[in-house]
Design a binder for this molecule. Structure first.
Ligand code: ZN
Length: 343
């Protein structure tokens, strides 16, 4: 195998002077059902994008080929600095290797993303966990821009995030820094977590966990969409009944557990800002009010005035943040060393 992978491109300081027009960045978000690829300006503007289904059932090689095909379809990709990839699972950021992954992408663990896609595309390729990518997007272009320290949490089908200190996203000694979904919390005691353990935050505050709790409390087994739970919890949802009370209780339990856990992190880490995003956060007041109330009640006097703020970039954070991986070692509007095989 030709060594094409270019983990952590460190070209900025090595190469010539900045060119007049900055070169674009490429970003890809690899999920269990879809692959989103985009061309991103160094300022964070999504210039072009394509979305294709993930051929997850066909195995690793098919997924890698589909990622490469999606990138080749991007208009305006010529001259790009490189490609950044965000994917589920734990990723070795230095090597661009997936260390472990969940069932959504079978056989994904062990995939040498940077090497395999560097070979296919002839570009420097770097990769990271999708929650880190979300954090990096918000830190670079979004709700945490300009903060020296910040805590980012994405709440959706799972809970992940990232921690910035000294302006840098922490990866940790084993690439799991920011896995806030796997904090043990009392509200989740005995509840199975997606990681195979039990009692973790994700088991009580993720979208599927809140929806499952609603079914338990209401006895209504037909509700499988958190948006339905959120609608029932709205103050103007109509006459209050068992469904409304169960919806408010399920949301208050999940959001409350998250708020207390985040406040505990704030008390121990004292970040400048706390940013909460993801599909669950986007449902609005029925989630934010219990979250904020629980959060505020736990804070020590120093950070007592801090409140969580919503993420700013929405779904495009996935692709924009993946592209921003290429910026972590400095500005990129300078030529990049080509891969060794010249492709
Ligand atoms: Zn867990």
């Amino acid at each position: 195998m030709t060594a094409v992978r270019a983990p952590r491109p460190r070209h900025a300081a090595e190469s010539g002077p900045a060119s007049a027009s900055p070169r674009p960045l490429l970003g890809v978000d690899v999920g269990g059902t879809k692959i989103a690829a985009g061309v991103v300006s160094p300022e964070g503007t999504l210039l072009a994008s394509v979305v294709r289904p993930t051929p997850a059932a066909q195995g690793r090689t098919a997924v890698l080929d589909a990622i490469a095909a999606a990138v080749r379809e991007l208009p305006g990709r010529e001259g790009a600095v490189g490609l950044g990839i965000g994917t589920g699972g734990v990723v070795d950021r230095d090597q661009g290797v997936v260390l472990s992954a969940n069932a959504l992408l079978s056989g994904w663990a062990g995939t040498r993303l940077s090497e395999e896609l560097g070979d296919r595309l002839g570009l420097p390729v770097t990769a990271d966990n999708d929650a880190n990518v979300f954090a990096l997007a918000e830190q670079t272009y979004g709700a945490g821009a300009g903060c020296a320290s910040a805590l980012y949490v994405s709440v959706g089908t799972g809970i992940g995030g990232g921690l910035v200190s000294g302006g840098r996203l922490l990866r940790g000694a084993h690439w799991t820094a920011g896995e806030f979904g796997h904090l043990a919390v009392p509200e989740a005691a005995g509840r199975p977590c997606n990681c195979g353990r039990a009692g973790h935050l994700e088991a009580v505050a993720s979208g599927p966990a809140i929806t499952a709790r609603f079914r338990e409390l209401s006895g209504d087994e037909d509700v499988h969409d958190l948006r339905r739970v959120a609608a029932l919890a709205e103050p103007d949802a109509g006459p209050t009944g068992a469904g409304t009370e169960a919806a408010r209780a399920a949301l208050a339990e999940g959001a409350g557990a998250l708020g207390r856990a985040l406040a505990g992190l704030v008390n121990t880490l004292d970040p400048e800002r706390v940013v909460v995003g993801g599909g669950v956060a986007s449902i609005g007041a029925p989630f934010w009010e219990p979250l904020t109330e629980a959060f505020a009640a736990e804070l020590l006097p120093g950070p007592a005035g801090l409140r969580p703020v919503p993420a700013a970039l929405g779904p495009r954070a996935a692709v924009v943040g993946a592209a921003a991986l290429l910026l972590e070692d400095g500005p990129v509007d300078v030529p990049v060393r080509r891969p060794e095989n010249g492709r």
